[in-house]
Design a protein around this ligand. Structure first.
Ligand code: WQD
Length: 342
């Protein structure tokens, strides 16, 4: 079935890969983005990959008038909501900004969806809603609890979607809980291009390998893990994007989805430590990558790995790309970006 999908935040790192995956699956795409954390040229790159072309609407997801105009101009069948702020550290310093943008943006979007009878939603949630999981790998019925304002906005928005699905029994949603997205599109034209100093491990390793950063700081090697460093479930961003298409198509098929918001993990089900990630990246780059073990980062947990069984069972989706490809693709994008910046 060919759908017209609104991707909010569709010019961002995850959003641009989701838009590309939607086009590749034959859907029509409308992107709403204010370019607060992305660049307009990303739209041209998505359209250069194709097939077909995404339509851009420039604006803030909190602007009801822009949303009404967008839903009035395009027959939207479903929404994939990715627009939002996502830096854990920044959320600790600016909790009200994160509430305004993330929760405020979600409420404005969901109100507009209901005004226009758009009743299918895929929401970009995060494994951060699990906090420090008691059991590994993490299943969707694990206790929820988060340790930072960013995670609290994701938890709040999942709860809002639950409530909308109860109040409107013909509304159906899936909240995708991302583990650690890394890598880049095979074309080398879409990838993670953070402004300022990267918070996350992979972009920091890539910039160190490119000589932009002096060395990778390994935040602690005294965790109760196999090599003492933090273990995470890294997932290739293209696998993640394809998981969004699988969730969308599941909702559009309409099997037993109405009146509920279903949380689903998107991860590989495999843990990688910081030192193992460094070694994998070193193999992809072919040269040493300097690093130094420093103190733990406040708020970090020792290990977070997904149980991706529900995604496979319900959506027929599983991650296909391994760590070597994540590193190779991330590195290819970083090199291309360096050439572009001169
Ligand atoms: C991974 C591992 C660090 C940087 C965060 C958000 C989460 C999601 C993904 C949005 C940890 C270690 C990191 C560095 C390091 N974002 N590390 N040196 O913290 O698992 O998840 O990003 O949804 O919500 O919390 O990702 O890449 O920051 O850290 O040693 O310079 O790498 O301690 O063990 P994290 P990360």
């Amino acid at each position: 079935m060919r759908a017209t999908v609104l991707a909010t935040g569709g010019a961002g790192y995850i959003g641009s890969h989701v838009a590309a995956a939607l086009l590749a699956a034959g859907h029509q795409v409308v992107i709403l983005d204010d370019f607060s954390n992305s660049r307009p040229e990303v739209i041209d790159r998505i359209n250069a990959i194709g097939p077909g072309r995404a339509v851009l609407v420039r604006g803030d997801v909190r602007d009801g008038a822009i949303l009404d105009a967008l839903f009035g101009a395009h027959r939207i069948d479903a929404v994939i909501h990715l627009a939002g702020l996502k830096a854990v550290g920044e959320s600790v310093e600016k909790p009200l900004l994160y509430q305004k943008v993330n929760v405020g943006g979600a409420v404005a979007l969901f109100e507009a969806m209901l005004r226009h009878g758009v009743m299918r939603l895929v929401f970009s949630s995060s494994a951060t809603v699990y906090g420090m999981p008691e059991r590994m790998p993490v299943t969707e019925d694990a206790r929820l609890g988060t340790t930072n304002p960013y995670g609290r906005t994701k938890l709040a928005i999942e709860g809002i979607i639950d409530d909308v699905a109860v109040a409107h029994r013909d509304f159906a949603a899936i909240s995708l809980r991302y583990f650690n997205p890394v890598g880049a599109h095979a074309s080398g034209t879409l990838g993670e291009d953070p402004r300022g100093v990267p918070n996350n491990l992979f972009p920091y390793i890539a910039q160190t390998a490119a000589g932009v950063r002096e060395r990778v700081r390994v935040f602690g090697d005294d965790y109760p893990t196999r090599d003492g460093t933090g273990i995470r479930d890294y997932i290739h961003v293209v696998d993640l994007a394809e998981g969004h298409v699988a969730a969308l198509e599941h909702l559009l098929r309409g099997d037993d989805v109405e009146g509920r918001n279903r949380p689903i993990n998107l991860g590989c089900g495999k843990g990688t430590s910081v030192l193992e990630a460094l070694a994998a990246f070193r193999r992809a780059v072919g040269t040493d990558i300097p690093f130094q073990v420093v103190a733990r980062r406040p708020g970090d947990v020792p290990e977070v790995v997904a149980d991706p069984g529900l995604a496979e069972q319900l959506l027929g989706w599983r991650a296909k790309r391994g760590l070597a490809q994540m590193c190779a693709d991330h590195w290819a994008f970083q090199r291309r970006r360096m050439r572009e910046l001169g």
